[in-house]
Design a protein around this ligand. Structure first.
Ligand SMILES: [Zn+2]
Length: 66
């Protein structure tokens, strides 16, 4: 069992945040995709989603087993 890790490319840090997003072009409005982020990547990943209008919610994430 490995802890949940950050979704940023090449990052293996444990996730501390959960970014819930939706792409209205391909998802129904109530659908949520989840990206996990460490503290270092929370900003860049949420900026990426926010710039496209996809970001819906950001929640704290407790890594599995913590
Ligand atoms: Zn990261």
């Amino acid at each position: 069992m490995s802890p949940d890790t950050c979704s940023a490319k090449g990052c293996t840090a444990p996730a501390a945040w959960r970014l819930l997003w939706n792409n209205p072009k391909i998802h129904t409005p109530d659908r949520r995709k989840t990206w996990l982020a460490c503290d270092a990547h929370k900003g860049s990943l949420s900026d990426f989603l926010g710039a496209r209008g996809f970001l819906r919610e950001v929640e704290p994430h407790s890594p599995a087993g913590a």
